[in-house]
Design a protein around this ligand. Structure first.
Ligand code: NAD
Ligand code: UDP
Length: 314
């Protein structure tokens, strides 16, 4: 198949590109590298089935070639990044989704949206099933991301209802792994890089808030399985292994054999207190569940950042 993937130079997009190419598809990767990096795609330079297009998908994309799929993964995703790019984040999910849905419709292609567990906001239901409508502050700082994704879901669902466009929507829970941006400010990258550098690990608040951490390969497996299943509602993809942020800091400190201290810094506004996916739907629909335990995924991620540190210092 011929697949257009936005956000291809990002963390998840680059792993998804690899998996799609390995399955024999042709991939057109689109990105404007606002939070991603061409380095994530550098290994594909001589791959004839991969084409890179530098483009801001907030604006329409003119393409002559036919497409079987449009996968929309472009969006800043880490809180410090989307807080620094508030209007861009709203627009890539709003106008970007609209233009890409139109592109899919014009090409007779299927459309796949990367949404987020953030649509559940600071959830009052735990764990979160897809049927939960969420608890979101519509005008708070995080709304530039969570309301943007809620709008993108609404727009995608409208194209299904109105035009019969075949769609998929996933709600991704915290995902980590190699090729994350070391400086994007997310918790896993911050803690690993702080621990490796012997700097203090910065726990926000008391560290009692929870997150559930999914290794990127598991996510990519869920994505490609869902492409084969004509289900048009939102599907949670995440690893139900839930940790407090303080537990994660302690685990990473232990796994890196670091003597870094743990320091406590102010909790950002509207930071969700808990988050864990109910993955019953994905299990039933896709026969999918995460296969990489957090310890193992963290070990691979630590190894990746350790090697980068060694390269940078040699
Ligand atoms: P990332 O920042 O590494 O990747 C996003 C990519 O989108 C980057 O390469 C960026 O340059 C590109 N992009 C952003 N705006 C663009 C624009 N206007 N035009 C073209 N390209 C643009 O983040 P990620 O973690 O790989 O996230 C990928 C997708 O998954 C995002 O849609 C994000 O919301 C979603 N998601 C990620 C997580 C997670 O834990 N990583 C969780 C929930 C949802
Ligand atoms: N966090 C933290 N220290 C950091 C970075 C993040 O304690 O250096 C916390 C953050 O406040 C949140 C959790 O870790 O409660 C996950 O943050 P992240 O930015 O990775 O993703 P989120 O799930 O908030 O989108």
């Amino acid at each position: 198949m011929r697949i257009l993937l936005t956000g291809a130079a990002g963390f998840i997009g680059s792993h998804l590109t690899d998996r799609l190419l390995a399955a024999g598809h042709a991939v057109i990767g689109v990105d404007n590298t606002v939070t991603g990096s061409r380095e994530n795609l550098a290994h594909l330079e001589d791959q004839p089935d991969f084409t890179y297009l530098h483009h801001d998908v907030t604006y329409p994309l003119d393409l002559d070639e036919p497409l079987d799929w449009v996968l929309h993964f472009a969006s800043p995703a880490s809180p410090p990044k989307y807080l620094a790019l508030p209007v861009e984040t709203l627009r890539v999910n709003a106008e970007g989704s609209y233009h890409l849905l139109e592109l899919a419709r014009a090409k007779g292609a299927q459309f796949f949206l990367a949404s987020t567990s953030e649509v559940y906001g600071d959830p009052l239901v735990h764990p979160q099933p897809e049927s939960y409508w969420g608890h979101v502050n519509p005008a708070g700082p995080r709304s530039v991301y969570d309301e943007a994704k809620r709008y993108a879901e609404a727009m995608t669902a409208a194209y299904y209802r109105t035009f019969g466009l075949p769609i998929r929507m996933i709600r991704i829970f915290n995902t980590y792994g190699p090729r994350m941006d070391a400086y994007d400010g997310r918790v896993v990258t911050n803690f690993i890089n702080q621990a490796l550098a012997g700097r203090p690990l910065t726990v926000y608040g008391e560290g009692s808030q929870t997150r559930s951490f999914q290794y990127v390969d598991d996510l990519v497996t869920g994505i490609v399985r869902l492409m084969d299943v004509p289900y048009h509602g939102p599907v949670n993809l995440g690893n139900p292994e839930e940790y407090t942020v303080l537990q994660l800091a302690q685990l990473i400190r232990e796994m890196t054999a670091s003597s870094s201290e743990i320091v406590f810094e102010p909790l950002p506004q509207d930071d969700p207190k808990q988050r864990r996916p109910d993955i019953t739907l994905a299990q039933e629909l896709l026969g999918w569940q995460p296969g990489v335990p957090v310890r193992e995924g963290l070990a691979r991620t630590i190894d990746y950042f350790q090697k980068r540190l060694v390269c940078a210092s040699s």
